[in-house]
Design a protein around this ligand. Sequence first.
Ligand SMILES: Nc1ncnc2c1ncn2[C@@H]1O[C@H](COP(=O)(O)OP(=O)(O)OP(=O)(O)O)[C@@H](O)[C@H]1O
Length: 235
Amino acid sequence: MAPPVFRTENLTKVYDTGKVKVHALAGVDLELYEGELTVLLGPSGSGKSTLLNILGGLDTATSGRVWFRDLELTGMGDRQLTAYRRDHVGFVFQFYNLVASLTARENVQLVTDVSKHPMRPAEALALVGLEPRLDHFPAELSGGEQQRVAIARAIAKRPEVLLCDEPTGALDSKTGVQVLEALQRVNDELGTATVVITHNAMIRKMAHRVLRFQDGRISSVETNDTRLAPSEIEW
Ligand SMILES: Nc1ncnc2c1ncn2[C@@H]1O[C@H](COP(=O)(O)OP(=O)(O)OP(=O)(O)O)[C@@H](O)[C@H]1O
């Protein structure tokens, strides 16, 4: 088996708010692999976003270790983490954060202009099914289309990992499925290791693996022998 893309060892995160200490991660050991689509499930506050933010170099652990391939993220300073994010990681969040005054193509171009080996913005937008909407502004696009622009923006630099925090959280079932189809296609065609946090348990059915969180720990790991296509998922 190929070595993992991510590996963590007894990862902990404690938020010290002065009055109380919140143990957001209480010892997480995991490995995530190339080409794998992993869904993270678990109740609110169980540590999913904290883990995603540490994997993506947006936050740092309190103790334990985390590696992206051979690169140890724990102990890196801000500049190194910024370079790591820029070179290797794509993020998709619940809210799309597109620039309202720029078209879909221009929003993606913001990233391709500063990336080392980007795809063309039109190519990234075609991968998420938005070829006919290249020159539309965000306000002229549906929520699902805007989220697909955000996915195109995240993948246009050809990141090795795509980290998604509630990517369908603001969408109804029909538009949400289109977003899941875009994520699936990126995972299939580019082999991007993809992590999706969701509160929608149905989405676990399209994953290769499902990690459930409880109180800052992984409480179970499931592997799907048969996966459902996004079009077979409804909520
Ligand atoms: N910046 C912070 N300061 C203090 N506590 C925090 C901070 N960020 C997260 N927490 C706490 O850490 C715990 C884990 O939060 P986290 O956002 O990782 O959970 P989650 O599983 O992603 O939840 P949700 O599904 O609601 O997004 C929670 O108790 C949360 O309140």
